[in-house]
Design a protein around this ligand. Structure first.
Ligand code: SF4
Length: 415
């Protein structure tokens, strides 16, 4: 039987889909990914926004057009949020919540429809993902306790729980990848027992001599000790993705974020002082509930001071089931667009400046794709997509001089 796995949503979902693929492969199924003709499909759904949830549902009709007799298993956040929305579909054989992803094999040959949505309170180990020879995500944590008012994740993935450190180290020791990316829902809250444990974990990983990234951090974890650990590391890729969401204290308060803009700026300044070419990126929600013109201008001015390398800008979108739906002050769509446009223009300036600062600097690039004799592609340690005009080998790490901004990254030459 040929089974395709379709993934919506975040990096954690991607990791879990790779784990599902590995379970299926081990059992001898023919596997593929995406909207390709197959006998059965597993949709790993997302529900972070109402739109993401709708897209997860729409995937069903797309599959039915490809193969009207396909067997379908749905799992993940959209199921966790509202399993009944999948009940009526005749092709669905199993409806599994977040933890059901570990037991897909049990359900793939179901005759009767199964409905199961559970989140465990302990970290449940998944089958390890399909191996890659380039970059491998390593899941270290699941769930979140922060309850930011716009976010549904703690209700869908449950409370924060961490993976055993020995198991993480073992997975990294056995990977064939050249780079790993620590991932999770809120990895700043990684714990060993009851204590915060990300620093210990990073020190242990650093001993393994594999280049590593951290997918996303909350600023509160980046104290002097953490910055020092990362600075001393020979394997850490200096790309800091630190969620900010708004650069105005009043908006941050309504979002239930746990820092002030002054604390955040202080941390960014320390990173800039301590690393030679760090990239510092963030997520910003624009037009959050009650964001006045004044609040937006405070955010804009503070962002100009911070000067990120790049930002991901999201117009606020109401997610049913969150506290923010009860806040007053919905921002008109046109006004939201206007603010988004202003931040996007600022983002373009940030990127241009960041690339120009990196001109003539030397970085290690992990080759992820070789197009032909004259073009190889990959990311620098500080996360610049690099176009190299020579033939390299996928999985090699090469030393490159960055020449000039080009398309969505920079051109570079091997030195
Ligand atoms: S930190 Fe906030 S935004 Fe991130 S997953 Fe937790 S609740 Fe959601």
């Amino acid at each position: 039987m040929k089974i395709s796995v379709i993934t919506l949503g975040c990096k954690v979902n991607e990791y879990e889909s790779q784990s599902i693929l590995n379970q299926l492969k081990t059992e001898g199924y023919e596997i593929c990914e995406g909207l390709i003709k197959a006998d059965a499909y597993i949709i790993n759904t997302c529900a972070v926004t109402n739109t993401a949830e709708r897209k997860s549902r729409q995937m069903l009709s797309k599959i039915q057009k490809l193969n009207p007799n396909a067997k379908i298993v749905v799992c993940g956040c959209a199921v966790q949020n509202n399993p009944s929305q999948f009940l009526k579909n005749k092709n669905i054989i199993a409806i599994l919540g977040s933890e059901g992803k570990n037991e897909i094999i049990k359900f793939i040959n179901n005759k009767n429809k199964v409905l199961q949505d559970i989140i465990h309170d302990k970290y449940v180990n998944t089958t390890r993902p399909i191996e890659t020879r380039t970059r491998q995500y390593i899941k270290i944590q699941d769930g979140c306790n922060y309850f930011c008012t716009y976010c549904i994740i703690p209700y869908l993935r449950g409370r924060s729980r961490s993976r055993n450190i020995d198991d993480i180290i073992d997975e990294i020791k056995n990977t064939k990848a050249k780079e790993i990316v620590l991932t999770g829902i809120n990895i700043s809250d990684y714990r060993i027992g009851k204590e915060l444990g990300l620093k210990t974990l990073i020190k242990e990983i650093d001993k393994l001599n594999i280049r590593f990234r951290i997918s996303s951090l909350e600023c509160n974890i980046l104290d002097n000790e953490m910055i020092d650990i990362l600075k001393k590391s020979k394997n850490f890729c200096p790309h800091f993705h630190i969620s900010l969401q708004s650069a105005c204290n009043d908006t941050l308060k309504r979002m239930n974020r746990r820092y002030t803009i002054e604390e955040f700026m202080d941390i960014v300044n320390k990173i800039k002082k301590n690393f030679s070419y760090p990239s510092i990126s963030t997520d910003i929600i624009v037009g959050f509930k009650g964001e006045t013109e004044e609040e937006f201008n405070i955010t804009l001015n503070n962002l100009k001071k911070i000067e990120f390398s790049f930002m991901h800008i999201f117009p606020y979108s109401e997610r049913s089931g969150t506290v923010a739906t009860k806040l007053i002050g919905t921002i008109d769509k046109c006004e939201q667009k206007r603010r988004e446009h202003i931040l996007q223009e600022l983002n373009n300036k940030f990127k241009e400046k960041f690339y120009n600062q990196n001109k003539n600097s030397i970085h290690k690039v992990l080759i992820e794709e070789v197009v032909d004799e004259n073009l190889s592609l990959g990311y620098t340690d500080n996360y610049i997509y690099t176009y190299i005009d020579s033939k390299c080998k996928v999985g090699d790490i090469v030393e490159v001089k960055l020449l000039k901004p080009y398309l969505n990254g920079m051109q570079g030459e091997i030195i």
